[in-house]
Design a protein around this ligand. Structure first.
Ligand code: IPE
Length: 260
């Protein structure tokens, strides 16, 4: 059932300085949160790892493929994500928002959604609470772990609660026509209208992954917006259904089969 909730992912490249390990972009975090604090829409917030989780997962050679990884690496990547999450949560509290940190561990089982718990997140937004979850290293099967990105969490959560809108706040202006140009595609109605290999990617090659998850979400009938999170007024415009620079992947009523 569709819920009056908006899912917003704050990309790691927006909330951290990607090139400098463990460094937050306080200015960007503050500006985005101030913008979000000014709206009445119920929100579930998800954030990425940037120079926190990504930095350590690269150091310990951990990936999205379930494998036996270093237990020290697992502990360190997880702790770095909790630290980043705590920074976001504390900034929200300062702005009198009502954040509630949710480790992905509590809402998934082997990357599958725990439906009841995810419905609880939507239910909490009706009490003016903003659940905040994040990409992390997660347990998959005995002895095997893998990186779960915030982008995957976006589609996992969307598959259960069918939010009214989904917004990816990224560090570029949207999805570009070609990797070397700066022309943003304003509207994508058909997957086939975009050449997958041409999607411009960010420092970690993350844009392709975001695009893949966004397509999955759009195939369940939900509009997916890509906007530049470093310009928070664009997030507000997307929330208010006003035209802004960025890319909208039009939600399509059809089977999700094609997106897999
Ligand atoms: C990363 O989440 C999680 C870890 C590396 C632990 P994302 O993959 O969603 O992070 P960004 O937004 O690309 O930085």
């Amino acid at each position: 059932m569709r819920q009056e909730v908006v899912l917003i992912k704050l990309g790691g490249s927006v909330i951290t300085h990607k090139e400098k390990p463990m460094s937050v972009n306080n200015i960007a975090i503050d500006r985005i949160l101030k913008a979000l604090a000014s709206v009445k829409v119920p929100i579930i917030l998800i954030h990425g790892g940037g120079s926190f989780g990504h930095y350590w997962s690269t150091k310990y050679d951990m990936h999205s493929k379930p494998e036996k990884y270093s237990s020290e690496g697992i502990a360190i990547v997880h702790e770095s994500m909790i630290s980043l999450n705590h920074i976001i949560v504390k900034s929200m509290l300062k702005l009198r928002m009502k954040p509630y940190a949710v480790p992905p561990f509590s809402i998934i089982l082997d990357k599958k959604p725990l439906g009841k718990k995810i419905f609880e997140l939507a239910s909490m937004t009706r009490d003016k609470i903003t659940p905040v979850t994040y990409g992390d290293i997660v347990y998959r099967t005995p002895h095997k772990y893998s990186i779960l990105s915030g982008d995957e969490l976006m589609s996992i959560i969307s598959s259960v609660i069918k939010p009214s809108k989904v917004i990816f706040a990224v560090n570029v202006n949207g999805i570009y026509k070609d990797p070397y140009g700066d022309e943003v595609i304003p509207l994508i109605e058909e997957k086939s209208s975009v050449n997958f290999s041409d999607v411009k990617f960010d420092v970690t090659g993350g844009m392709k992954r975001k695009f893949r998850e966004a397509l999955k979400i759009s195939l369940t009938g939900i509009d997916v917006h890509f906007v530049n999170g470093l310009k928070p007024e664009r997030i507000l415009k997307a929330l208010g259904n006003k035209k802004t620079e960025g890319t909208v992947i039009k939600g399509k009523r059809s089977s999700t089969r094609n997106a897999r």
